[in-house]
Design a protein around this ligand. Structure first.
Ligand code: DX5
Ligand code: ZN
Length: 218
């Protein structure tokens, strides 16, 4: 199974967090997607280090941390210590992106870069060979439950071409508004990791929803 499902914990029930983590552990999901927001880079605050620490204690799958914060550099080692396997920073939040990416790798994590919906793929040309993952935001970051932006398909194809051209091993993750309605087209365009928050956690049977989504794209 080469296409992965990463449930976004932002949509979990925080009063039953351990239950929801165990659900993901025991499901067909591949990764935990963890959204960290600072109220500055995005107009919302999610949760921070103590909550990630609690999640890490119970999670048995890869922890994919998506930082929606300014100055991510000052927290790289902290996120490594908290159990992040992949650390994704926003292109728009990094002045010295190359340095940030190297620092993430030096801390033993895989390095990802996320692009806002308005940011073109071309800005990654000179960094793509150093990246393990690119996260294409298919909504404006900050909130779960928003509608998928259709222009994303085009960006996925462009990124796929750039990755092939540069012989990079970079993976393509899609974040925002993912459902059974767009999953296939995203994978056909070249995506291989689908983040899904509301679609999974607001469904009647999240375990089944994860299994169905995974089956749909594999
Ligand atoms: C949005 C976050 C997403 C969010 C996705 O800023 O980065 O990971 O949780 O939620 P849904 O799947 O509900 O759009
Ligand atoms: Zn995210």
């Amino acid at each position: 199974m080469s296409n992965l499902i990463a449930p976004s914990i932002l949509a979990a029930d925080f009063a039953n967090l351990q239950r929801d983590i165990e659900m993901v552990n025991n499901s067909d999901a591949d990764w935990f997607h963890i959204d960290i927001m600072d109220g500055v880079f995005v107009p919302n605050i999610s949760f921070g280090m103590p909550v990630l620490k609690a999640i890490s204690k119970h999670a048995t799958k890869t922890i994919d941390v998506h930082l929606m914060i300014v100055n991510p550099d000052q927290y790289i080692q902290t996120f490594a210590d908290l159990g992040a396997d992949i650390l994704t920073v926003h292109y728009e939040a990094c002045t010295h992106l190359h340095r940030t990416v190297q620092a993430i790798k030096a801390s033993g994590m895989k390095a990802g870069v996320a692009l806002n919906p308005h940011t073109p793929i071309a800005v990654l040309e000179d960094i793509i060979a150093d990246l393990d993952l690119v996260c294409i935001m298919s909504v404006n970051p900050g909130f779960g439950g928003q509608s998928f932006i259709e222009n994303t398909y085009k960006k996925v194809s462009q990124l796929k071409h750039l990755i092939e051209f540069s012989e990079s091993n970079c993976q393509i993750e899609i974040d925002g508004g993912v459902t059974d309605k767009n999953a296939n087209q995203l994978v056909e365009a070249g995506a291989n990791i689908l983040v899904a928050g509301s679609y999974v956690f607001k469904s009647e049977n999240p375990t089944e929803t994860i299994a169905d989504l995974k089956g749909l794209v594999n």
